[in-house]
Ligand binder design. Structure first.
Ligand SMILES: Cc1ncc(COP(=O)(O)O)c(C=O)c1O
Length: 495
């Protein structure tokens, strides 16, 4: 790097306070047109308050630069497995910001928000039709919140039947990490089920784990291995025959839409991540919506509220918020994350039946395209057709050249691609979990495949290049755990 390039590089790293020059201003205040007021007493005033003194132009340039340092789906390809970072049509945001939807208050009388309630009612109907399960509560605010609701419903069901002994929830080792956490939060004991050599639920282990203490099974379908469990019908039968509830983590519904209805597979209760499957980016624990959807056995326990409709003799429809008969109560204040519900409603309405089925077709084709493009370059622990995501392993690179999944992921950033999910699912060593999503073009997938093949070659020829990646970002390797746990958010003047 030349001295001038270094100067440029240092310049773009400078924080706003470091750009400050005494006396420089970025705003002109209008003449005072209100009575002048006395300042509070000195004891309440700071003698020094360091504020950045910059021109308006410098301010705009600073914020524009940092906005572009942030990786986003609107900038680049984002194949983060299990997170479904797909392109979200802007029209959905536009609809969610219509004042009649965005500016209403949850405590307004129901008669003044009939349109919003109708939207929620119809969304409940869409989700019931898509999943083949009749009961829908839009209340949970995220996928994990939907899981907790489903587990609390399971508990209520067993308690009401006088079976408090049913404490065990079976969870395959290929489940999403939130599943055991939700079961434990609802007071259950988690029993892990191993996967068999094909990545499906091990039926022998399942049979051996079933007892009169069985509360239910929580299974992610397709699993976090990106696989459709070939044993699923038998798995559901064994659990139900033993008096257990079958909970389906339906967060990966974008692999099944229009093709498989979880209700037809005898699931009792599931949740759907609206923010993964039906538009809206997924990030940082929200904002999202994780409606819980149930079959007949658990319907009466659903969280409040649900929206119901009554039709008068003259045909006038009235929508109301109501509580299922034996509801587990509320999952949070008010009625769910309404903005996320509007976006999902807009998305589903725009696509219609044919468009909805196209989502899963494209998501699955795209993932399998990547599978065949990278097979032979990276280890493929489960060599079979995948669903919406594919899990590779970098263990071949690790053994041969000391290059880890983390190194591969970091190097992708140099090529303008967000890293895939790494080291998850836990049962795959050096896992690279890639979810291209349905919205990516063949050109983007081809570019990704070419980059991944190039990185495998770089690993053989110049492993150091990968250990130090990324090379072109404001920061290279950071201590990610420390950055999250002890963030340093305060500017301090240089000593
Ligand atoms: C399969 C699966 N289940 C559950 C969740 C949890 O959803 P949330 O992050 O909305 O709580 C996710 C999130 O990505 C997921 O992929």
């Amino acid at each position: 790097m030349t001295a001038l390039q270094q100067k440029f590089d240092e310049g773009r790293r400078r924080l706003l306070m470091d750009r400050s020059v005494p006396g420089r201003v970025g705003a002109t205040l209008p003449p005072l047109d209100v009575p002048e007021q006395d300042l509070p007493p000195d004891s309440l005033l700071r003698t020094e308050l360091a504020l950045p003194e910059v021109s308006e132009g410098e301010l705009v340039r600073y914020f524009s630069q940092i906005s572009q340092s942030n990786f986003s789906i609107d900038h680049n390809f984002y194949p983060l497995g299990s997170c479904t970072m797909k392109y979200n049509p802007k029209i959905n945001d536009e609809i969610a910001s219509i004042p009649g939807l965005a500016a209403i208050h949850p405590l307004q009388p129901e008669s003044t928000v009939q349109g919003a309630l109708k939207l929620m009612y119809e969304l409940q109907g869409y989700l019931a039709a898509i999943t083949g399960m009749p009961g829908v509560s839009l209340a949970p605010m995220a996928g994990a919140d939907g899981e907790l609701a489903g587990m609390l419903m399971t508990r209520a069901y067993h308690l009401e039947r006088g079976e408090p002994n049913r404490k065990n929830v079976l969870i395959p080792d290929s489940a999403h990490g939130t599943n055991p956490a939700s079961a434990a939060m609802a007071g259950f004991d988690v029993v892990t089920l191993p996967s068999d050599a094909n990545g499906d639920t091990d039926l022998e282990a399942l049979r051996a784990s079933v007892s009169e203490d069985l509360a239910g099974l929580m299974i992610t379908l397709p699993s976090t291995l990106g696989l459709f469990d070939a044993n699923i019908v038998e798995v559901c039968r064994i659990v139900r025959d033993a008096g257990g509830i079958v909970y389906g983590d339906g967060a990966n519904l974008n692999a099944l839409l229009g093709r498989v209805k979880l209700g037809d597979l005898a699931f009792d209760v599931i949740h759907s991540n609206l923010h993964k499957t039906f538009t809206q980016p997924h990030g940082g624990g929200g904002p999202g919506a994780g409606p819980v959807i149930s079959g007949p056995r658990l319907r009466q326990y659903m969280p409040s509220p649900v929206v119901t409709r009554e039709t008068d003799a003259d045909g006038t429809e009235t929508y109301s918020l109501s509580s299922p008969e034996k509801t587990i109560g509320r999952m949070g204040a008010f009625h769910g994350n309404f903005g996320a519900l509007v976006r999902a409603y807009a998305y589903i309405s725009t696509l219609g039946n044919a468009g909805i089925a196209q989502i899963s077709d494209d998501a699955v084709v795209n993932a399998n395209y990547i599978l065949s493009g990278l097979k032979g370059y990276y280890d493929l622990p489960y060599d079979r057709t995948c669903m919406h995501e594919v899990v590779f392993s970098a263990r071949n690179l690790k053994r041969a050249y000391g290059v880890s999944a983390l190194d591969v992921a970091k190097r992708l950033i140099d090529y303008g691609i967000h890293p895939p999910t790494m080291y998850f699912p836990l049962i795959v060593e050096e896992a690279l979990m890639i979810e291209p999503t349905e919205t990516e073009s063949k050109e983007t997938l081809d570019y990704f495949i070419e980059v991944m093949r190039t990185i495998a070659q770089e690993a053989a020829e110049n492993p150091e290049l990968l250990h130090d990646a990324p090379h072109d970002t404001l920061n290279s390797r950071v201590d990610e755990a420390r950055a999250a746990r002890q963030p340093d958010l305060r500017w301090r003047p240089a000593p």
